[in-house]
Design a protein around this ligand. Structure first.
Ligand code: SAM
Length: 385
């Protein structure tokens, strides 16, 4: 599929390039923030599974550069874009602006000095893939499922942190907000994709429990499987409020949604650990029993019991309805915003912009190189050594 047909099919893809975002996902975080005011009173943030870095760009622009992306600013930008997209050929200057902005991001990161950074704000972004530099963002190449990632992250937030000696609560739980947009490479096998994505979600949750301060927030992508209400019930053990949100920029046709968990309140005596994470064994069922009645605000769900999430949520004592809870569902993003499932007419002579941030080291890079070396798609097949 050519670039311009993707432009036509996906307004957010095009809008992201116009505004200099590395991925269209930036709009999902902006629309979540519009609804939940995620960045209020936040100075320590961790962005998990962050490459290529559009969510980190949002953090950097909002928290470091103090840019406003409230409803008004968003509507202004969108109205301008709608005008250009539906009536006009994009002006050369708009293309140059967005290219310039990306270049600036990288340059500012490289030459970052005390005047550009807000010293009270710390943003750490983690991914298996490298992330190109962003102003005020510390990037780590690490696996969020690995226990060694937690001390690495705490050290990045506070260089004086020493895992051997730092025992106080504040040093170990300094983070106000953990966000995770984790997704494995999609196989196309629906149940498998949901299963692997849930494993990543659990990894993100376990990591968040290790570093969040009381009152903190956790936002993560989920794929809504059949028994997702078990997951909501689990989250309700730790957070005062749990919502499931669908930003308008997330395709309605996709099972993707985001859990937004507010006011972290770990049960008394709970000790988070990546060595002994939730999602394995019976730790969570015990915790739920210890709680008085954390999930009593709503009727139990009637969801059936044979979903793949049973395997994932093995912590819960069976598929008993008392362990289920339906989180309030909120659609967010302005209703006048672009429909991410619609195709839009492009002006004749429309010029497609190049991506803001080409993948730094895509997993398929080596395969492409090998194929090129051997005469392309019709050359003889090669196997990597
Ligand atoms: N939020 C990002 C943005 O706005 O640019 C997009 C994230 S992308 C949808 C999902 C990312 O999850 C990929 O970059 C992938 O490398 C990362 N990922 C998958 N498994 C991971 C793991 N175990 N540890 C760290 N990152 C992981």
């Amino acid at each position: 599929m050519g670039k311009s047909s993707k432009d036509k099919r996906d307004a957010y893809y095009r809008l992201a390039k116009e505004q200099g975002w590395r991925a269209r996902s930036a709009f999902k975080l902006l629309q979540l923030d519009e609804e939940f005011n995620l960045f209020e009173n936040v100075t320590r943030v961790v962005d998990l599974c962050a490459a290529p870095g559009s969510w980190s760009q949002v953090l950097s622009r909002v928290l470091i550069k103090n840019e406003k992306f409230g409803r008004c600013a968003w509507e202004d930008r969108e109205a301008q874009f709608r005008q250009r997209m539906l009536n006009l050929i994009p002006s050369a200057s708009s293309q140059e602006d967005s290219q310039q902005e990306t270049k600036q991001d990288v340059e500012m990161a490289n030459t970052q000095d005390e005047t550009t950074a807000r010293p009270d704000v710390k943003i750490v972004s983690i991914d298996l893939q490298p992330i190109s530099p962003l102003p005020g963002v510390i990037t780590l190449r690490a696996d969020i499922t690995h226990p060694a990632t937690v001390p690495l992250l705490l050290k990045a937030l506070d260089p004086s942190y020493d895992p051997e000696t730092s025992t106080n609560q504040q040093a170990q739980h300094p983070v106000d907000l953990v966000i995770s947009d984790g997704a494995p490479d999609v196989t196309g096998l629906h149940d498998l994709d949901i299963y692997v994505q849930s494993q990543l979600l659990f990894a993100a949750l376990n990591l968040a429990l290790c570093v969040l301060k009381p009152g903190g927030k956790f936002v993560a992508k989920i794929f809504r499987g059949r028994n997702v209400d078990l997951l909501y019930a689990q989250l309700k053990v730790f957070f005062e409020k749990v919502h499931v949100a669908k930003p308008r920029s997330s395709r309605a046709s996709s099972v993707e949604a985001f859990i937004v968990c507010i006011n972290f309140q770990p049960p008394e005596g709970f000790k988070a650990s990546l060595e002994e994470p939730l999602g394995v064994g019976s730790r969570l069922a015990e915790l739920q029993e210890q709680q008085q009645d954390p999930i009593s605000q709503s009727e139990p769900s009637k969801a059936d019991d044979d979903g793949i999430t049973e395997v994932i949520l093995e912590d819960l004592s069976g598929s008993d309805n008392k362990n289920r809870w339906i989180a309030p569902f909120i659609a967010c993003g302005d209703l006048s915003a672009f429909d991410s499932d619609a195709s839009y007419k492009l002006a004749a002579g429309h010029v497609s912009l190049p991506p803001v941030q080409p993948p730094t080291a895509p997993p398929y890079k080596r395969a492409i190189e090998l194929r090129r070396q051997n005469g392309g798609a019709y050359g003889k097949p090669v196997v990597a050594k």
